[in-house]
Design a protein. Structure first.
Length: 144
């Protein structure tokens, strides 16, 4: 029988991928996991009232090796992370990605490209993007 062969700990990643695939077609923008395992850099994007903020963890990368580009409602982060090991090394485990990387994120609203600030401290990039004027809420005066 099939349940004699099944073990809940057999391959959790394959099980999640299958559930992801099955639920992905149920009108969901994302599956169970929002990004594939190993996606670099890890990012958070959140609303801060008048601005949208993106925080990216990018250890081992210098600020001059990164580029942030804003276009309408998308932000692209590109860069290069050098490997500290030569190709002659024999790896027993290799989890730290190296080489070029790029992440493009669609924001919930357009931002003003002239009002974007980025700072990089201790391997964490913080990009604060002011929302475009047409997307900011406007108070309407009621005449009586």
């Amino acid at each position: 029988m099939w349940f004699d062969q099944w073990s809940p700990f057999f391959d959790l990643d394959k099980t999640l991928a299958e559930v992801d695939r099955m639920l992905g077609s149920v009108d969901r923008p994302l599956g169970l996991r929002s990004v594939p395992r190993g996606t670099f850099p890890a990012i958070n994007v959140y609303d801060q009232g008048q601005a949208t903020v993106m925080v990216a963890e990018i250890p081992g990368v210098k600020a001059e090796d990164m580029d942030v580009t804003i276009l309408n409602d998308t932000v692209t982060l590109k860069g290069r992370r050098e490997s500290h090991a030569s190709n002659e090394n024999r790896f027993y485990r290799r989890e730290r990605p190296s080489g070029e990387f790029a992440r493009t994120v669609t924001l919930p609203n357009p931002v003003d490209p002239d009002k974007v600030r980025a700072e990089f401290v201790d391997g964490v990039l913080l990009v604060r993007m002011e929302k475009a004027e047409e997307t900011k809420p406007k108070r309407v005066q009621i005449k009586a």
